[in-house]
Design a protein around this ligand. Structure first.
Ligand code: FO1
Length: 319
């Protein structure tokens, strides 16, 4: 079994490649839920939905989130209330775009949460409803919320990422609830033949999972069969604020910076060919380093990247 630690868009694209080269039933995607939010009274799990939508081919390819062929009539209809909404009211927020067909997912998840279903049960129902044979599980059934501390105070992740367009320096990132939240299933950390850390933001997509009790120690214990793919290429993030966040939080915005973050828990870092000149520098951090094409916007790259990722530890047992 191959376990993938996943955030949003980059991880979803990698997973789409992985299920082309292995039996999807052999894959378990453990997805960050620190981005989760409640808006309009709805329970929203963006990274879980992005992974399910992408692997099922339902994703909007340009946005990388939400559903293709989407309409926005419900969001548009909220506009009339903005003039009457009292100051301080959370009603009718329009900064977070929920498409009409995407709303169906949030209606379903919210109703099931209210009935007492766990996020794992709901996610299992969603992935089956979207025709996936890959197991998609939340990192925890317990609430973990990524709070981003800015110069003028803390904000929930989605307010940082979407409302503020992440155009604001971060001083600290906190995972509220992580100290008491239970990782979804520790046997995944011990029984997996290979663990892949997908090309997601190390600070806000992978770190929330690592913050759960026992995860880092379990990964460290088997770091030789843990492979990470750098989300930073040539000193920049392909999508999102990962490079700026690395700098703002005191890391190098390069593959060496990523290596230093992952070295304790991961034996191999896969970097893009554009960073080939940094292979030796990454290896000086105590990791094996493989340079290859990691730009998954090109067809076929996700599949070839996945094949390389799962073959790395293959000399340590078959899949
Ligand atoms: N990202 C945006 O940049 N703008 C949005 O309006 C937006 C809405 C949205 C709705 C549902 C959903 O599942 C994801 C959505 N995202 C949006 C992406 C979301 O912010 C993710 O958390 C990021 O992609 C980081 O993983």
């Amino acid at each position: 079994m191959i376990m993938v630690l996943a955030g949003g868009v980059g991880a979803a694209r990698f997973l789409s490649g992985l299920i082309q080269v292995v039996n999807p039933a052999d894959v378990v995607a453990v997805v960050n839920t620190g981005d989760d939010t409640e808006l309009h009274g709805l329970s929203i799990s963006p990274d879980i939905d992005t992974v399910i939508y992408t692997m099922s081919g339902s994703i909007d390819p340009e946005r990388g989130w939400g559903l293709r062929d989407e309409t926005w009539r419900a969001m548009g209809a909220l506009e009339r209330f903005e003039t009457v909404r009292p100051a301080g009211s959370a009603a009718a927020p329009r900064w977070f775009n929920l498409g009409d067909t995407d709303l169906a997912t949030h209606f379903y998840r919210t109703a099931r949460v209210r009935e007492g279903a766990t996020l794992q049960q709901i996610t299992e129902e969603l992935r089956i409803a979207f025709g996936l044979s890959v197991a998609v599980v939340p990192m925890s059934n317990d609430s973990v919320r990524t709070i981003v501390h800015l110069a003028d105070g803390p904000v929930p992740f989605q307010e940082y990422f979407v409302r503020l367009q992440h155009n604001v320096p971060v001083t600290r990132v906190e995972f509220v609830g992580a100290e008491s939240a239970a990782f979804i299933d520790h046997s995944l950390l011990t029984d997996a033949d290979t663990i892949v850390i997908a090309p997601s933001n190390p600070i806000v997509s992978i770190a929330p999972i690592r913050a759960l009790a026992g995860v880092d120690s379990a990964l460290t214990a088997r770091r030789d069969s843990v492979v990470a793919i750098s989300p930073i290429v040539a000193g920049a993030a392909l999508k999102g604020p990962a490079d700026r966040m690395l700098v703002e939080l005191g890391h190098e915005p390069t593959v060496v910076g990523v290596a230093r973050i992952y070295a304790p828990i991961c034996g191999t870092l896969i970097i893009d060919s554009q960073d080939e000149h940094l292979v030796a520098a990454v290896e000086r951090e105590g990791m094996r380093c493989i340079a290859t094409d990691t730009i998954m916007s090109k067809p076929g790259v996700a599949a070839s990247l996945a094949r390389i990722a799962i073959d790395v530890p293959s000399n340590k047992g078959d899949h």
